[in-house]
Design a protein around this ligand. Structure first.
Ligand SMILES: Cc1cc2nc3c(=O)[nH]c(=O)nc-3n(C[C@H](O)[C@H](O)[C@H](O)COP(=O)(O)O)c2cc1C
Length: 191
C-alpha cells in the first residue's frame, strides 16, 4: 500500500494545549502506511506583512511552506478564541495562502479538528477555519466534524489525552477520510 505523509498543525501555543494533545495521539490511531509529523512552530512565524514577502521568504515561513508542500495531507487542530480561530493560526494561514496561485495549501487535502472546554468544542472556530481554507482553495474534508467538547475532562494538567472511545473513533474516521482524499488526489495528479 502506498505510504502517505501527513502534517499535523497545532493552532495553540499553550504548553499543555488540548489541541496539541489531540494531534499527539494521531500516530497511534493512523492506518498503517501513514506517517504523521507534528508542527508546533506557529509562534516562530513573523506577523504577516506584505513587505516581508521577499525571496527567499523568512526562514520560519519557508520551513512551514516546505513542510506543507511535502505533505500528502494536512490536519489542523484549532482552539476557539472569541468564537473564532486564534490570531496566531490566522497568521500562519495568511502566510500559507501566498503566493496567490502557487500557495502550499492550494488543492491540498486538509482535515480540521478542535478541542475546547465549552459544550460547542470549537464548532464556531471550525466554521471560520473552513471558510478561510475554502478561500485559500484547499480541499477540506467535510466529515466527520471532530468537536472535542468539555475538554478539561479529557486531558490531564500536562495536556495529555486521557483517552475516550468516542473521540478516538472520530479521530480514526477523520484519518481514514483524509487518507481517502489524499489517495484520490495523488491518483488524479498521476494521470
Ligand atoms: C482569548 C481567549 C478566548 C477564548 N474564547 C473561547 C471561545 O470563544 N469559545 C470557547 O469554547 N473557548 C474559548 N476560550 C477557551 C479556550 O478554548 C481554551 O483555553 C482552550 O483550552 C484553548 O485550547 P488549547 O488547550 O489547545 O490551548 C478562549 C480562551 C482565550 C485565551
Amino acid at each position: 500500500m502506498t505510504s502517505l505523509k501527513f502534517l499535523a498543525i497545532s493552532g495553540s501555543l499553550r504548553r499543555a494545549s488540548h489541541n496539541t494533545g489531540l494531534l499527539r495521539i494521531l500516530p497511534s490511531l493512523a492506518p498503517s502506511g501513514v506517517a504523521i509529523d507534528l508542527y508546533e512552530g506557529i509562534g516562530n512565524l513573523p506577523l504577516f506583512n506584505e513587505d516581508l514577502e521577499t525571496l527567499p521568504a523568512p526562514s520560519a515561513v519557508a520551513e512551514l511552506r516546505a513542510r506543507v508542500a511535502a505533505a500528502d495531507g494536512v490536519l489542523i487542530a484549532t482552539p476557539e478564541y472569541n468564537s473564532s480561530i486564534p490570531g496566531s493560526l490566522m497568521n500562519a494561514l495568511d502566510w500559507l495562502s501566498r503566493p496567490v496561485g502557487a500557495s502550499a495549501l492550494l488543492g491540498k487535502p486538509v482535515a480540521v479538528l478542535g478541542a475546547s472546554p465549552s459544550q460547542f468544542g470549537t464548532a464556531r472556530a471550525q466554521l471560520v477555519l473552513r471558510q478561510v481554507l475554502h478561500r485559500i482553495q484547499a480541499q477540506v474534508l467535510d466529515h466527520p466534524e471532530v468537536t472535542v467538547f468539555r475538554s478539561y475532562g479529557r486531558f490531564d494538567s500536562e495536556g495529555a489525552f486521557l483517552r475516550d472511545a468516542m473521540t478516538e473513533q472520530l479521530l480514526g474516521e477523520l484519518l481514514t477520510g483524509l487518507v481517502r482524499m489524499s489517495r484520490t488526489d495523488a491518483s488524479a495528479r498521476a494521470v
